[in-house]
Design a protein around this ligand. Sequence first.
Ligand SMILES: Nc1ncnc2c1ncn2[C@@H]1O[C@H](COP(=O)(O)OP(=O)(O)OP(=O)(O)O)[C@@H](O)[C@H]1O
Ligand SMILES: [Mg+2]
Length: 258
Amino acid sequence: MKIIVIGKGGVGKTTIAACLARLIGRSGYSVIAVDADPSLNLARALGLDPMVANSKPVLFDEEFIKERTLLPSGAYRLNPRVDDVVEMYGVKAPDNVTLLKLGYVKKGGTRCLCPEYAFLRALLSHLILGRRDVVIVDMVAGLEPMSRGVARGVDLLMCITEPTVKSIDVTREIYRLSRDLGVKNFVVVGNKVFSDEDRVFIEKSLIGIEVLGHIPYDESVVKADRLGISILDYNSNSPMIVELNKIKELILKNYFYP
Ligand SMILES: Nc1ncnc2c1ncn2[C@@H]1O[C@H](COP(=O)(O)OP(=O)(O)OP(=O)(O)O)[C@@H](O)[C@H]1O
Ligand SMILES: [Mg+2]
């Protein structure tokens, strides 16, 4: 099962991807949480110290990049080998989760993101998963990943949406691109929802798209963020976690392999 968490900047992708990964892990699945955002925030959201010694992002390893992604001509390979990547670079996180930080190819100046996206596409299409293995990707904000084709072949694209026109616009565009890519399942999760009015606004703005749930605006999330710890370790009964548990159940029931 492969899930991508996507959406406009700042809507809550990292917080939600991390909590969902741990909640699914608690349900007895083996979860690989992929940090595909160069800002590398997922470790902390999972409850790890981001400075842990053995947590080098895959793409920071120049030798590895040379070996796997560079062709002798200097061009980038479209289909790098990824079968051993989790074993080599994965970091153990709580609740049966392994964190895989992608990072970025460190080179100065302007350049394209081809090797990063080629690597992520390979990871999502070639990583061999058992029936109780789950990959959850915390994606970089906005539309870029969609134009790079990373969502092709994933089982579930989860778009986090705030009750704002700007966030809704991005969600609609991601949905449109997902149709072009042939994504099987597209769902929306409302986040930072203050009221019924917000809930109705999201649902009415996205008619025809499944909304899996609405996560309330939650002061505990803000406090946990200030302390630099996971909301699950700060207050596991907070409104966000209560709603995420329901969303997790819906995902397991409706989208997991039979
Ligand atoms: N339900 C919520 N209630 C209150 N604050 C929230 C909630 N969800 C997320 N936040 C806060 O919103 C901010 C952005 O969250 P997060 O980093 O998870 O978003 P993101 O979509 O991953 O951002 P980016 O696009 O920068 O990667 C954080 O300060 C987080 O604590
Ligand atoms: Mg993020």
